[in-house]
Design a protein. Sequence first.
Length: 118
Amino acid sequence: MGQPVAYFEITSTAPEKIRDFYTALFGWTAEPDPSMDDYAMVDTGAGPDAIGGGIGPSQAPGDTGVKIYVRVEDLEAGLARATELGADTLLPAMELPGGYGRIAVVADPDGNPVGLWA
């Protein structure tokens, strides 16, 4: 069984500008949440089976851009497999607030960030 793309994230050093761009371009809604450093959960308006996402501020130098999060059954096994295949860990496994599971982020062999979500 394949692993589905489960979430997308867009980070920027100018998150308000980027939020305005994507909401105007695609008709999405994305309200910043002050309790999450103005990170905004995106509603694409595509219904309950659509892939969700978020738009927010960059957290570190070089952390701007678009990344996907892929659903994995076992986060540690996914991290180990990614390392075997030449990935570097950018964000070690961590718990998401609110019981939303755990994530980690790796850089693929070309340096593209990819999130793993269990």
